[in-house]
Design a protein around this ligand. Sequence first.
Ligand SMILES: [Zn+2]
Length: 99
Amino acid sequence: MPRDPSMRGRDGGPYRRRRRELKALRLPCWLCGRDIDYELGYTDPWSFTVDHVIPLSKGGDPLDWGNLRAAHYRCNQRKGDQLVPIKHDVESFSTSRAW
Ligand SMILES: [Zn+2]
């Protein structure tokens, strides 16, 4: 996978900016669908975290908006390193008749 060696991932400024921009949107948790209290400290299980649709360990891009979602800390932890089926904006998913 192409990866700019100058990009320092989670520790880099670009990632922090993404996180701040995502936080400013005040979106609900994409994993459980409930609102996130953005005033909570980062030690709270219901606080805001940036979740990656495709985990970084599986080649996900930490800076791609399409790969970033707002999530509760606890939901993010529960999900862990697994791939979660995306329930929305998946146009290429062609098994809609299976419902
Ligand atoms: Zn949640």
